[in-house]
Design a protein around this ligand. Structure first.
Ligand code: BGP
Length: 474
């Protein structure tokens, strides 16, 4: 299957190798230097349970891995691995603590200046997510998040503030993390306080519309105030295979793909596709779309970025449905694949499938901004040095990168690859620390204990070697 003749072939020159994080999963210091609470500060169990009214001590994100204090040391470790790019998000509620203020919080902006200073010191390109699952809590509670059109204006002000402040230091921007995940996780992804079961389809699709307009509007603002900026959308990619060759299964899989493609189609083409309008009609949803919205949507993105962890299957036959676990969306388990300790299918070829599909469909450069393996790691000692013998992580990394190389050979225009969680962090879906993704181990446990010391895992050296050889060592 795999074309082994590519073994030893380097990736294109200038390929951006690196790692990806999100503010709420690493920074900690949730109420320091003027930061307001975000939805994450009241989500102690991620999306696996209800939010709390106030931040509670069991919420690991409140201190996370204390990147807020340790960013210089952490970025130095990324530099040691040879990172060319570091993806991080800006915590909206550090800049606008409630989200609806008119003036930004200078101390919040100053923190990201310091982070950028460190990146520049090592020649690491920043890749900034404007909104990564961390809507200010006030916007969630007082406005019901993105269901309310007024969020467009708040987000525009926030994005403009970032472009004005950092536009000369940051080239690559992502407007919303995994924007399609709002379909499945309305609070985490859309800051929507109404519980999912009580949310009407009209509210949900209006929230999506409002986010899409805000995203396009950010692109428009960037063109004005930060002309060198490259703006990307970010999609949770999960290829959906038909469970059997039955055409009904093929079509059922296509419908799921449409749900996800719609977000890319709108960002790249600037208008709603026919299949999406049909879906809205069939759901009986009538959206509030203004003529101005339609104009704004025409501000299309420069590139499409995505996360990729796994694939799923779909079937039209309820008797064949065996639900698997997975990244936010889940789906029908693929019986041919192994799964991770969290039940996520492991499918390197699926990454090649996504890269080809997205490239053929949109013909804009792509960026893999998340891919990784969450696993239980065991800190051990080798020759007196603390480390983790995580050959399983290196194997996952290599297997996926080999498919990436195949896709590049297939003609896909790919800007780079950022491994999710190059340093252990708090997981999004379950808010635990024992689900470790890092090449760097962080001594902190699910009960909050630990010194926060950092240790290089064996995969640290494996990734370093891959980057050093620009992929030729694969
Ligand atoms: C993506 C999110 C990330 C990240 C990752 C892994 O959906 O963009 O924030 O956490 O998935 O998921 P988890 O942390 O649940 O293992």
């Amino acid at each position: 299957m795999t074309n082994t003749s590519l073994t030893g072939k380097a990736f294109p020159e200038g390929f951006l190798w690196g790692g990806a994080t999100a503010a709420n999963q690493i920074e900690g210091k949730w109420n320091v230097d003027g930061k307001g609470p975000s939805i994450q500060d009241v989500m102690p169990v991620g999306i696996s349970g209800a939010p709390t009214e106030e931040p509670t001590q069991d919420n690991l994100k409140l201190e996370a891995i204390d990147f807020y204090s340790r960013y210089a040391q952490d970025i130095a470790l990324f530099a040691e691995m040879g990172f060319k790019v570091f993806r991080f998000s800006i915590a909206w509620s550090r800049i606008f603590p409630n989200g609806d203020e008119t003036e930004p919080n200078e101390a919040g902006l100053a923190f990201y200046d310091r982070v950028l200073d460190e990146c520049e010191k090592y020649g690491i390109e920043p890749l900034v997510t404007i909104s990564h699952y961390e809507t200010p809590l006030h916007l969630a509670k007082a406005y019901d998040g993105w269901t309310d059109r007024r969020l467009i204006g708040f987000y525009e002000r926030y994005a403009r503030t970032l472009f004005e402040r950092f536009g000369n230091r940051v080239t690559y921007w992502l407007t919303f993390n995994e924007i399609n995940s709002v379909l499945h996780a309305p609070l985490m992804s859309g800051g929507i306080w109404t519980p999912k079961e009580q949310l009407s389809k009209t509210q949900l699709y209006q929230a999506i519309h409002n986010e899409l307009v805000a995203s396009a509007s950010a692109t428009k603002i960037a063109r004005e105030v930060a002309p060198n900026a490259k703006i990307g959308c970010m999609i949770l990619a999960m290829p959906t295979y038909p469970l059997t060759p039955d055409p009904d299964d093929v079509w059922a899989a296509k419908l799921i793909e449409h749900d996800n493609y719609a977000f890319g189609d709108i960002h790249v083409r600037g208008s709603y596709p026919g299949y999406y309008l049909r879906k809205l009609r069939e759901l009986g949803v009538e959206l509030d779309i203004t003529d101005e919205d339609r104009e704004i949507l025409k501000n299309t993105v420069d590139f499409v970025s995505f996360s990729y962890y796994m694939s799923v299957c779909e079937t039209a036959d309820p008797s064949k449905r065996v639900e698997g676990r997975g990244n936010i969306m889940g789906g029908v388990q693929n019986p041919t694949l192994e799964v991770s300790e969290w039940g996520w299918s492991i499918d390197p070829v699926g990454l090649r499938v996504v890269l080809n599909d997205f490239w053929e469909r949109w013909q804009v450069p792509l960026f893999i901004v998340e891919n990784g393996l969450g696993a239980m790691d065991k800190l051990t000692e080798v020759d007196g040095v603390k480390t983790v013998e995580d050959g399983y992580r290196t194997a996952y990394l290599r297997d996926h990168l080999i498919q990436v190389r195949e896709a590049i050979e297939d003609g896909v225009d790919l800007l780079g690859y950022t491994w999710w969680g190059p340093i252990d962090l708090v997981s999004a879906s379950t808010a635990e620390l024992s689900k470790r993704y890092g090449f760097i181990y962080v001594d902190r446990n699910n009960d909050g204990s630990g010194s926060l010391e950092r240790y290089r895992k064996q995969s640290f050296y494996a990734y370093k070697e891959i980057i050093e050889s620009n992929g030729a060592s694969l």
